[in-house]
Design a protein around this ligand. Structure first.
Ligand code: S3P
Length: 429
């Protein structure tokens, strides 16, 4: 794998840029927006709520906001596709508006737990009727008289934190979220940049975020940084494939997102961060990776929340390392687009890699080089499973087949072309 490339815009920042600019008063511009299916679902939802979202050019959008508190009732069911972020954050927004909204999703999203946002949003005053009490499809009715919450999420989740904060936007008073484990802070950064009063302090071992409700949000001009979660597949591939030398330009390096760099470095990857700068209120850099034989790790010195989406590809990297690696404390992986512990364990075993599945993680016995391969992996509508095995396929003696590559469209539409342009062996069947 050789060459330079830019990865598409950050998915988390893209969602927030559309949602928050749709709540500003006036015209915002977004450049570098990820045009993946998940973000396009958010764009369609914001249009259904009354905002004007126009595509000017590739990744370049203008948004005319409707102001905080301005959501209109949509005329039809809002289709969220595969996107948990759109669903949970929009539920937060809806909770403090006097409107009723029906949300639906694909088979993967319909199996994901929504109780984690329903619980706090009911405390705000919303009423939710969900399938079996916690799944999509669901109907949420927001309240005209929302209560400001002081909430401590029981799990590390930026989606839960953001849902509570977004409910707090149209709520009088102070909405407070206390995080035991800090999670990605794009919502806090963007709201501050738009003029909201967001305070962050460390108190008794918690990261405490306080939002003063009912701000007037100023429009923004935002450049979305490259997505480190997409870059992770290329970083892992370049570190695993002998002879590689790849530079990824303009990648977001928010410290609450860069755990994958630390984890790969702990496995002796050769990664340098160059040309650090700020873009749209977020730190970005060029990431340069040169092949280096990987060593196993007994424990990665990284907080899992800073790389929660990158574990599938890290497991693949560990499969080619020398020695056995244990990854634990990862029960959240079981409620992502698929059960990523079970699905990765099955796919790795089927391709000749010895693994042991734990309730909260995986032990991967590295091959010290090529893996046997030769099997078809079931991706269960999970983009990151598909891309992880496309990466592992670069190190397989016999090709690995992926049952369904279409979910890659949710987050990284040009993944296959980009991998091929850097020299990867990939073909669409
Ligand atoms: C996201 C938060 C994370 C992450 C997801 C995007 C976000 O989910 O896995 O891909 O944009 O807030 P959790 O909040 O469930 O950890």
């Amino acid at each position: 794998m050789n060459g330079q490339a830019s990865v598409p815009g950050d998915k988390s920042v893209s969602h927030r840029s559309l949602m928050l600019s749709a709540l500003a008063v006036g015209r915002s511009e977004v450049r570098g927006l990820l045009e993946g299916e998940d973000v396009l679902a958010t764009a369609a939802a914001m249009r259904a709520f009354g905002a004007t979202v126009n595509r000017l050019d590739a990744g370049h959008y203008e948004v005319y906001g409707i102001g905080v508190g301005g959501l209109m009732p949509p005329s039809a069911v809002i289709e969220m596709g595969n996107s948990g972020t759109s669903t949970r954050l929009l539920m937060g927004l809806i909770a403090s508006h006097n409107i009723t909204v029906r949300l639906a999703g694909d088979a993967s999203l319909s199996g994901r737990p929504m109780g984690r946002v329903i619980t706090p949003l009911e405390q705000v005053g919303a009423v939710v009727e969900a399938c079996e009490g916690k799944y999509l499809p669901l109907t949420i009715t927001g309240t005209a008289d929302p209560m400001p919450l002081d909430y401590t999420p029981p799990m590390a989740s930026a989606q839960v934190k953001s849902a509570v904060m977004l409910a707090g936007l149209n709520t009088p008073g102070h909405t407070i979220v206390r995080e035991k484990t800090p999670t990605r802070d794009h919502t806090e950064r963007m709201l501050s940049a738009m003029g909201a009063d967001v305070r962050v302090v460390n108190e008794d071992g918690y990261r405490v975020v306080t939002l003063v409700g009912q701000p007037e949000l100023n429009p923004i001009n935002i450049h979305v940084p490259g997505d480190i979660s997409s870059a992770a597949f290329l970083l892992a591939a370049a570190t695993m494939v002998p002879g590689s030398n790849v530079k990824l330009l303009g990648v977001g390096i928010n410290p609450l997102r860069t755990g994958i760099v630390g984890a790969l470095r702990a496995m002796r990857a050769n990664i340098s961060i160059e040309n650090e700068r700020m873009l749209g209120g977020e730190p970005v850099a060029d990431i340069h990776v040169v092949y280096s034989p990987l060593q196993s790790v007994s424990e990665i010195p990284i907080e899992p929340s800073t790389m929660i989406d990158e574990f599938p590809v890290l497991f693949c990297a560990a499969a080619t390392a020398v020695g056995s690696s244990a990854f634990t404390g990862l029960s959240e992986l079981r409620v992502k687009e698929s059960d990523r512990i079970a699905v990765m364990a099955k796919g790795l075993l089927a391709n000749g890699v010895h693994v042991e599945e734990l309730p909260d993680g995986l032990v991967v016995h590295g091959q010290g080089g090529l893996v046997p391969g030769g099997s078809t992996v079931q991706t269960h509508l999970d983009h990151r499973i598909a891309m992880s095995f496309a990466v592992l396929g670069q190190m397989a003696e016999t090709p690995i087949t992926i049952d369904d590559a279409s979910p890659i469209q949710t987050s990284f539409p040009n993944f296959i072309e980009l991998m091929i342009s850097l020299g990867a062996g990939l073909s669409l069947g």
